[in-house]
Design a protein around this ligand. Structure first.
Ligand code: AMP
Ligand code: MG
Length: 359
């Protein structure tokens, strides 16, 4: 009897042992949780962040938002006193060299190259002119034409030509000195990475996704979008492009697989209208005025977020012809919409873009 009871008890013990072992293995291998689709919309870096993530844990979406906020606070914001960029700006004119973090050093090298190749159409030292226009106060995502009376910036005076000339004196990417991993700015100058912060965020998010158990994601940080991995059903990611002439409509769809960065610069994103003239947020560093290149929007598609974001701004300033050449020199795909609504794109873009006919 005794031995029989012991045998039974022992059998039950080994049964529970096996169950426990299987659970432990499942937890270790991550097979215990199922891949689910999580969708969130929130704000970070002063812009709308939309995420669709296929992962085993919802926490991933919160961590991505935190990552963007961390990036802004620690590195990129000229407004946040303790950020790396603010520290560089604070030392301008003191003669002091400021040591760069490895990440910012690499990012600034990319930006200096885009500045040089675009002959200054992209310039990360435009801050004094950007402040003068008060662009940061113009409503983000303001897709309806506004007037001075009804806009959130009501009462804003446009800068005078004299003020613009004076502010331009404190700009010029060629005057940024870098050596041995350090940077130095002349007096009155500053860095402003507003044109590329969202693209840099996409690069950092990509790195995070590669480390986490995420099978696919599409994440948009303002005008920059990252596609990553695959959907469970294996279909492509669909990224809509706004019609800049009718901003409530979609011009077309990019159908993308795997990992891509898409950045769009458009004159509808931030602007004011004064006496029937639209003043938008993409400035020509040669004049200090909103770029007047005959372009309404530029979309760039490539593998790097910082590059897609810098190129979209540079190409907007350069216009269709020179912009196409710049994009091609980086092997990036580009799509331009001009003031008449004509679409121009690189040959490579044609395989991804499908017009929706809503023009
Ligand atoms: P994006 O919408 O990516 O083209 O970035 C536009 C933002 O970048 C503006 O709101 C300004 O803060 C800044 N910016 C405007 N014009 C330029 C330029 N030519 N080069 C670099 N940054 C610029
Ligand atoms: Mg940009």
């Amino acid at each position: 009897m005794k031995s029989n009871f012991l045998q039974k008890a022992g059998g039950r013990r080994s049964f529970f042992g096996v169950v426990f072992l299987i659970c432990a293995i499942l937890m270790q291998t991550g097979c215990a949780g199922q891949t689910m689709k999580y969708t969130t919309v929130n704000t970070a870096m002063g812009t709308v962040v939309t995420q669709t993530v296929y992962a085993k844990e919802e926490a991933v979406t919160g961590q991505i938002t935190e990552l963007i906020t961390f990036l802004e606070q620690e590195y990129l914001s000229w407004r946040i006193e303790d950020s790396e960029v603010a520290g560089i700006n604070a030392a301008a004119g003191t003669g002091e060299w400021v040591a760069l973090s490895e990440e910012l050093l690499a990012d600034l090298a990319v930006l200096q190259e885009v500045s040089a190749k675009s002959e200054g159409a992209f310039d990360m030292t435009l801050g004094p002119v950007i402040r003068l226009w008060n662009i940061d106060a113009w409503a983000a995502g303001n897709v309806k034409p506004t007037t001075v009376e009804n806009a959130p910036h009501a009462g804003t005076e446009l800068p005078t030509p004299e003020e613009i000339t004076a502010a331009l004196q404190n700009t010029g990417y060629k005057r940024v000195e870098t050596a041995d991993g350090s940077i130095r700015l002349p007096v009155g100058m500053s860095l402003d990475l507003g044109a590329v912060g969202k693209g840099i965020a996409c690069d950092r998010i990509l790195r995070y996704l590669e480390e986490e158990d995420v099978s696919g994601a599409v994440i948009s940080v303002g005008g920059s979008i990252l596609t990553y991995g695959q959907k469970p059903e294996g279909t492509n990611w669909q990224v809509g492009i706004v019609n800049p002439l009718q901003t409530e409509q979609t011009l077309g769809i990019l159908s993308l697989n795997g990992q891509w960065c898409v950045s769009t610069s458009g004159d509808y994103e931030r602007f004011v209208e004064v006496d029937g003239i639209r003043y938008h947020h993409i400035l020509d560093p040669a004049t200090g005025y909103p770029a007047d290149s005959g372009v309404r929007s530029v979309t760039i598609l490539c593998k790097s977020g910082i590059l897609s974001d810098a190129l979209s701004t540079a190409c907007f300033v350069l216009g269709t012809e020179k912009g196409m050449e710049l994009a091609a020199s980086y092997g990036a795909e580009a799509l331009f919409v001009d003031v008449q609504g004509n679409i121009y794109m690189t040959e490579g873009m044609e395989q991804y873009f499908r017009e929706t006919g809503e023009k």
